[in-house]
Design a protein around this ligand. Structure first.
Ligand code: CP
Length: 316
């Protein structure tokens, strides 16, 4: 009789397909993921590809869109989900367990891990110890690669191309991980121009400014109204209250850029207004009915893009 318990397990060492930041996303992989997302959206792909597979979503920071769209994506692909929301309070992190130990353990339970964590570099740290794919859902003020992918998907769908665009990123560019990742991915396509719209205290970090500036034209300005008429895409972002050292510092910047009907009159007719959401006062709800307001369509696109990302990471 076979002794199943003591027989050595048959292991094939395959490097998992991690997605921990924008650096691994070259033009070819982006094109492949966006095409796959379009297939899922159009109903032309096998939507039961991940049957019997299990996804763990571990979120140490709040989320509506990222966690629920990943979970919806997994269910729509026929798989199942283990979810640790508020993991900082409800997992053994509250007892002092390290991120690395938690990831090693969850690797043994699930076929892939989606991780949101407040520390920059946390997804890469998790990937170093994980035996299954780790997909970043945001690492503090670092990066948010799947948001940037769904942003590209939205731009392509709305404007028909990803090249030769003038894209304005506005708001808290110091702490806004979605803007940082989108800036990097826009360098993958020819002829794009970036306008970084922020006050001096909320400038985008030098790491991204330097790498992006070496590859495309970058303008920096604090004046949103002045540059609005020149843009194809205005990507508005939230002032990230949770990242400031004091309430007083946050209050200095709260409400600094507000998009309302007047600003929309300055935006070209062909342009789109995007926002990763949630918004906290920086887009007037009166703007929602404007056909150029793309942010709820953008959030919906997250579902198809995250189906494509899970399919790539788990089904190969
Ligand atoms: N855009 C985004 O990351 O939203 P959530 O924080 O709700 O996931």
């Amino acid at each position: 009789m076979t002794d199943t318990l003591t027989a050595p397990p048959a292991r094939t060492q395959v490097t998992p397909r991690h997605l921990t930041g924008p650096e691994g996303l070259d033009q070819l992989l982006i094109a492949r993921l966006l095409e796959r997302a379009a297939q899922f959206e159009g109903g032309g792909a096998d939507a039961d590809r991940l049957g019997r597979r299990l996804l763990a979503t571990i979120f140490y920071e709040p989320s509506t869109r990222t966690r629920l769209s990943f979970e919806a994506a997994m269910h729509r692909l026929g798989g199942q989900v283990l979810s640790a929301e508020s993991a900082g309070k409800t997992s053994s992190a509250a007892k002092g367990e390290s991120l690395e130990d938690a990831i090693r353990v969850v690797s043994a339970y699930a076929d892939a891990i989606v991780l949101r964590h407040p520390e920059v570099g946390s997804a890469a740290r998790a990937a170093r110890v994980a035996e299954v794919p780790v997909i970043s859902a945001g690492d503090g003020p670092g990066h948010h690669p799947t948001q940037a992918l769904l942003d590209l998907y939205t731009i392509k769908k709305e404007l028909g191309r990803l090249d030769h665009l003038r894209v304005g990123l506005a708001g808290d560019l110091r702490n806004g991980r979605t803007a940082r990742s989108l800036a990097v991915l826009l360098t993958r396509f020819a002829g794009n121009e970036l306008v970084l719209i922020a006050p001096p205290g909320l400038r985008m970090g030098e790491d991204v400014r330097r790498s992006v500036g070496a590859q495309l034209r970058v303008q920096e300005t604090p004046d949103l109204a002045e540059v609005a008429p020149t843009l194809d895409v205005l990507y508005q972002t939230r002032i990230q209250a949770e990242r400031f050292e004091s309430e007083a510092e946050y209050e200095r910047y709260r409400g600094i850029y507000q998009v309302g009907p007047e600003l929309m009159r300055r935006l070209p007719e062909h342009a789109i207004l995007m926002h990763p959401l949630p918004r906290a006062g920086e887009i007037d709800p009166q703007v929602d009915a404007d056909p150029r307001a793309a942010y709820f369509r953008q959030a919906r696109n997250g579902l198809w893009v995250r189906m494509a990302v899970l399919d790539w990471a788990m089904a190969g």
